[in-house]
Ligand binder design. Structure first.
Ligand code: SF4
Length: 337
């Protein structure tokens, strides 16, 4: 199915009961701290403008997405105002659905019924971690039990649900991160997003970083951990629809430190692919003459200055074999002969 055409509307920190230590949506969105709250007029104008943008696929579903705050933390009147601004576009068939993100502790069955009645089909839960100590340290203000309850409410209402998880939060270890991912997988969300924790200016984490209380992961560490999570969710047949931060007007300027890379997701996929190749070649009981990979994975292996290919060559496993990129193979496939 074609990826939807998403029209993002930032409601930076609006509806948030407090500020989580790693977050500063004002900086990331580029809207600045003094920006006035997004209203119906701005929503309608943003949609009208975005509908005029060039689109790769004119048949793709058009979704309006409210990001960057806690939508269901807003008053009902404000929620109704924002959703009402989308209604004429839904009625006219120019927008097909609405998605939004919110916190797991801000979602009652009544909230979900209200959202559904206003055209919301997907809700993304900012979960970030299921580890109690990490949730506390990050001042998230919700528990893992809130996540399970929110997922249940959304599922019972027939609303698609996505979970956002973060890699490298303060207090999180590789073991607790994997345990968190296992817990999320057991709740069977419709999809997952994985974000590396970066230090955003103006956040508490930036202060912790400056005074030595927090040290971010290196890019390599974040890629390896995200790859372990991706493999775990792949194994549970839960799509990972995004790895890495979304580009936004203020993103580059907002990041003080941490494992940000504009192609973070591709780095993770390349790591998984090279690991799979190494394992297949190392464990082959007979000498391998040919290694066949998906043609669409060629850039994963050969991109980034051929770093992955060179690393594989250094293992000696590629010696004497022919490397074939096959257009008929699906992405991620590794075939040896
Ligand atoms: S992480 Fe989510 S809930 Fe926390 S401050 Fe940022 S937008 Fe609000």
């Amino acid at each position: 199915m074609a990826a939807p055409f998403i029209i993002p509307i930032f409601i930076s920190h609006q509806g948030c009961p407090h500020q989580c230590v790693f977050c500063n949506q004002h900086r990331i969105s580029g809207q600045g701290e003094g920006a006035k709250p997004t209203g119906a007029v701005e929503v309608a104008a943003a949609i009208e403008e975005a509908l005029g943008w060039p689109r790769r696929n004119r048949d793709a579903e058009v979704q309006v997405a409210f990001y960057g705050g806690t939508f269901t933390g807003l008053s009902r009147a404000r929620q109704a105002g924002l959703l009402g601004a989308v209604a004429p576009f839904l009625d006219g068939g120019r927008v097909h659905s609405i998605r939004l993100s919110t916190r797991p502790d801000c979602l009652t069955p009544d909230d979900v019924a209200f959202l559904k009645a206003h055209g919301v089909t997907i809700v993304e839960l900012g979960v970030q971690s299921m580890t109690p100590a990490v949730l506390d340290l990050c001042q998230r203000g919700h528990t893992a039990a809130d996540v399970a309850a929110a997922l249940l409410v959304l599922r019972q209402a027939g609303v698609k649900v996505g979970v956002q998880l973060m890699v490298g939060l303060p207090g999180e270890t590789p073991a607790t991160l994997l345990a968190s991912a296992h817990q999320v997988a057991a709740l069977a969300p419709d999809f997952v997003r994985l974000y590396p924790t970066v230090v955003v200016g103006g956040s508490d984490l930036a202060t912790w970083h400056a005074n030595g209380r927090y040290r971010p992961l290196t890019l390599g560490q974040a890629v390896v951990l995200a790859a372990r999570l991706k493999a775990l969710f792949d194994g549970a047949a839960i799509p990972v629809v995004r790895m890495g931060l979304h580009d936004s007007p203020g993103l580059a300027a907002a990041i003080v430190a941490g494992p940000h890379h504009p192609a973070f997701g591709e780095l993770v996929k390349a790591h998984l692919l090279t690991r799979q190749i190494r394992q297949r070649l190392a464990h082959s009981p007979v000498p391998v003459r040919e290694l066949r990979l998906a043609a669409r994975d060629q850039s994963l292996l050969c991109g980034q200055g051929k770093a992955n290919l060179l690393r594989l060559e250094r293992t000696g496993l590629l010696g004497g074999l022919e490397l074939v990129f096959d257009p008929a193979l699906p992405r991620g496939a590794v075939s040896i002969a």
